[in-house]
Design a protein around this ligand. Sequence first.
Ligand code: BGC
Length: 235
Amino acid sequence: MVEENGSIRTLSVDIGGSGVKAIVLDVMGNPITQRGRLETPQPATPEVVINAIVLLAAAQGEFHRVSVGFPGVVRRGVTETAVNLHPTWIGFDLATGLSQHLNKPVRVINDADMQGLGAIAGKGVELVVTLGTGFGSALFVDGKLVPNMEMGHHPFRKDETYEQQLGRAALEKIGAKKWNRRLERAIATLEHLFNYDYLYIGGGEAVKVDLRLPLNVKLIPNITGLLGGIALWRD
Ligand code: BGC
């Protein structure tokens, strides 16, 4: 890279079930552009989502590398699940595909993992859940990520998963009051399971959380999903 380290800019991208977002971060991880957002094109195949990212990238100015948070299991740049996008994502090499379009190095990680990297303190057991189209989860031990922890599709109650009970579709169906009661039960369950030092709750629907939260449970703004992108380049 010809630039001095201090001027390296990272394009951080968050692929969601309803929106694709992008921002440029400086080398410290501070945002230096206005966040761009496009509705996730439907059906959300790799091709149309990559086109949306290319459009967003063009509006973000100069950058040298790219971090992507993807709503599914990701291993070595390849997307292995995509419950809320399109089945053609299964086995798709997103890191290589996007890198060919943008001519920049690309690193890809699960979206909740990326959100967590932007939120954690780096000490003890830290759990992150994201409330959006899907239900995301990430676990960190002394700052080290346990990758691809997919709690969303794990049974929670009444023969339904966390995502079925607390995802956006459920919120829209049962309303915020009942959804908050369910969330309170989920927090209690997770506390007993993980005995976390901190729980962070993020995602687009975290703004609807209306509970008296214990002191070690914190709501985090949705922009955290993008801010975590800098951590993918901390080698
Ligand atoms: C996916 C997770 C993702 C979450 C939030 C779930 O449906 O399986 O990988 O983190 O949605 O987008």
